[in-house]
Design a protein around this ligand. Structure first.
Ligand SMILES: Cc1cc2nc3c(=O)[nH]c(=O)nc-3n(C[C@H](O)[C@H](O)[C@H](O)COP(=O)(O)OP(=O)(O)OC[C@H]3O[C@@H](n4cnc5c(N)ncnc54)[C@H](O)[C@@H]3O)c2cc1C
Length: 322
């Protein structure tokens, strides 16, 4: 089949790529697919596992419900092989520099396999670098993360419905999450690991829902070898038998690239974008968990596609300038 090759205009900067995507999770691979189909020269640089790597399956992803996280991304990469203008590299991007004279970005990256740092030039950049979860420093939390310790009932509530559940958290966060989780089980306990920080009115509402509150300090979580939770052990009082615990962990950006490029960062730590994924820095786009949108793999993929369309349209406007 004859291939349409993008024409090079004299007024455009000569760069290695039209777009470099930093991060090869759902957001990054989905953006690469859209841009590959626009005949754009794209490089996807990714280093490290996706956020959901400890989880046995990606749920709520249309047509892929329950697929292993690594398999979802393998399929994504496999489908990109059909697009000859898309390349993938396992490398950590360490710097993004705008070159005002040349009107392009230079990126520096360290290959995962070792060897000296590499650079490349590109007209646009898409940050799809995701977030990291900082779990409370309680023995057993990290070991059970993704199986007995869960971050989101929309992703995992179905799998533990009707089971003995707990929610970890204080104040409004714990109070809100425990009510949400009560949708999936009538046996839910709120464990606040210290004073609950809930008003009398809030406590009354929990009592009406049959949700007990345990304010004792938590010493450790005990689980099975397969990562399922067995007990929550307190500094005082009886251990609590539970099958799973939900919590909203603290989050931080996986990468400081957006901050270093002076992109606007919101109080929550998320990278601000307009409705189409453009950050406050011209030519730099962001998609996926990096942005303030709800954090789900399918939403990240949709945001990647949306940002890729905006990015392609910006490139097209530049291409078509006389
Ligand atoms: C335990 C757990 C289970 C989950 N389960 C579900 C579920 O069942 N269903 C669901 O819809 N969602 C689930 N999620 C949420 C889901 O993981 C995220 O919404 C999704 O991974 C976001 O995709 P992303 O592409 O934005 O980021 P990620 O998937 O995290 O991908 C970002 C990638 O960028 C790489 N990267 C970061 N910085 C750089 C850099 N400087 N250079 C190169 N590469 C870099 C990272 O290493 C990573 O590989 C779960 C999350 C967790 C924590």
């Amino acid at each position: 089949m004859p291939r349409i090759r993008p024409t090079r205009r004299r007024h455009l900067p000569a760069t290695d790529f039209d777009a470099v995507i930093v991060g090869g999770g759902s957001a990054g691979l989905s953006a690469a697919l859209t841009l590959g189909r626009c005949c754009r020269r794209v490089l996807v640089c990714s280093s490290g596992p996706p956020r959901n790597a400890p989880s046995p399956g990606v749920h709520s992803f249309f047509t892929r419900d329950g697929t292993k996280p690594a398999e979802l991304l393998r399929l994504g990469r496999q489908q990109l092989a059909a697009y000859p203008t898309v390349s993938l590299r396992e490398a950590l991007v360490t710097a993004i520099v705008w070159e005002p004279e040349e009107q392009y970005f230079t990126l520096t990256m360290t290959p995962d396999r070792g060897g000296p740092p590499l650079t490349c030039t590109t007209r646009k950049v898409l940050l799809a670098t995701g977030v990291a979860d900082d779990l409370p420093p309680i023995d057993g939390m990290r070991e059970l993360w993704g199986r007995g310790v869960l971050h989101c009932p929309y992703c995992h509530g179905w799998e533990v419905q009707g089971q003995r559940l707990a929610v970890y958290g204080r104040g409004k966060t714990g109070w809100g999450l425990v009510q949400l989780v009560s949708r999936w089980s009538r046996d839910v306990v709120l464990c606040t690991d210290g004073p609950a920080g809930i008003t009398e009115h809030g406590r009354q509402r929990l009592r009406r829902l049959g949700i007990a509150v345990r304010e004792e300090k938590i010493v450790r979580l005990e689980g099975r070898r397969d990562g399922q939770l067995r007990h929550i052990v307190f500094a005082s009082g009886e251990p609590l038998e539970r099958d799973a615990v939900f919590l909203h962990a603290e989050q931080r950006q996986r990468s400081l690239l957006a901050q270093e490029a002076n992109c606007r960062i919101l109080k929550s730590g998320a990278v601000w974008t307009d409705k189409r994924g453009q950050t406050s820095q011209k030519g730099i786009y962001a998609a996926g968990d990096t942005t303030p949108a709800p954090q789900q793999a399918i939403i990240a993929a949709a945001e990647g596609s949306l940002a890729a369309i905006a990015l392609n349209e910006a490139l097209t406007r530049e291409d078509c300038r006389g």
